[in-house]
Design a protein around this ligand. Structure first.
Ligand code: PLP
Length: 354
């Protein structure tokens, strides 16, 4: 096997099979070549792993995660889920659709980060409402208080007799349970690459926690030569005083514990490039705008304004600056986020193209 140690991969597969899981995602997601972008940049050879097509109110990286996280919650008897994030949150959108599919009641406390623009029923918010989530909009509080409000709501629902599973931002203590899905995604990707006789040199992705953590843990466990590069969409990790590499390694190690694997990550195993976040979370950058238009024009591929546009901007910049050799094979993991495009229509600079 060119991308992983076969015996270690079998061990990982077995550990994953023992986890409770519900079926929510369309898997395997396609692994496609990007000939237009590859030509435009003069190499490297760029492929895209289409996790934007996982499904659940369009899809994205969270759909895989909910297979395991809600699989466990359902096994424990949950009938209600409470969670929160920003108004256009992809996590909340996919969670709301997963709850609808599984017959769970879904309560979302959504944080306005763009003022009045976030009140428009568009993008992720529109889909949350369509799939039946009970939405409360909040603003003017920090993430710590947001978490407290979610836990408070959970208590109120429990007092009404509901069996509540608390999601993010209410429970940020064990992100390793989300990373398990991306250890599984690593297995899926390696199997696809083997079938295509493709040797992957690097995987680039938008991530600051669970996605990279699961992939990194799996790659290390499988003694894979594939290098993983994560590009956060937030300027700092959610745990104050920690680096992204420390957080990701720690989530990866929780994932290893859950899976009963002896492999452990150290921060030096993690490559996290924060240079493409720009002025802040959810604020489009010029490089992100250019990446969206370039990839759209070259390969008909759509990126989102908050996550994948910034990660792709980083990959394009590294390729243009010659920091990635043109003979390397890169997989860009497309983590989704498409509905936010519509909510950000005014920031995309498309008027100039008319
Ligand atoms: C579209 C998209 N890409 C990437 C990410 C980052 O994933 P994580 O940092 O959890 O690995 C998210 C998180 O919400 C997302 O919605």
């Amino acid at each position: 096997m060119r991308n992983a140690n076969e015996q270690r991969l079998a061990e990982l597969r077995e550990a994953l099979q023992a986890r409770p899981r519900v079926s929510l995602a369309n898997l395997p997601t396609p692994l496609e070549r990007c000939p237009g972008l590859t030509r435009e940049l003069g190499g490297p050879d760029i492929w895209v792993k289409r996790d934007d097509l996982t499904g659940l109110a369009t899809g994205g990286n969270k759909t895989r995660m909910f297979e395991y996280v809600l699989g466990r919650a359902v096994e424990e008897g949950a009938d209600t889920v409470v969670a929160g994030a920003a108004v256009q949150s992809n996590y909340c959108r996919q969670l709301a659709a997963a709850c609808a599919k599984l017959g769970l009641e879904c309560h979302l406390l959504l944080h306005k980060i763009r003022g009045a623009e976030d009140e428009e029923i568009q993008g992720g918010l529109l889909l949350d409402l369509l799939v039946g989530a009970k939405v409360e909009m909040i603003e003017g509080i920090d993430w710590v208080e947001h978490g407290e409000r979610i836990r408070q709501r959970a208590k109120e629902l429990e007092a009404q007799g509901k069996r509540v599973h608390i999601g993010r931002v209410g429970d940020e203590t064990s992100l390793g349970k989300y990373a398990v899905a991306y250890a599984a995604a690593f297995v899926e990707l390696v199997e696809q690459a083997e079938e295509l006789e493709l040797t992957i040199d690097e995987i680039w992705m938008s991530s600051s926690d669970a996605t990279q953590a699961g992939l990194a843990l799996a790659a290390k466990h499988c003694e894979s030569p594939i290098r993983l590069v994560g590009l956060p969409a937030v300027p700092q990790p959610i745990s104050p005083g920690w680096t992204f590499a420390e957080c990701i390694a720690s989530h990866g190690n929780e994932c290893a514990e859950i899976l009963g694997l002896p492999t452990r990550l150290v921060p030096d195993d993690i490559t996290s490039i924060v240079d493409y976040v720009g002025p802040g979370y959810g604020v489009l950058t010029d490089a992100g705008r250019e990446a969206m238009r370039l990839v759209g024009r070259c390969d008909g591929l759509l990126l989102d304004p908050v996550y994948t546009s910034k990660a792709m901007a980083g990959l394009i910049d590294y390729a243009r600056r010659g920091l990635i050799a043109p003979d390397r094979t890169i997989v860009f993991l497309h983590t989704g986020g498409l509905p936010a495009l519509f909510a950000y229509a005014d920031s995309l600079g498309l008027e100039a193209l008319l």
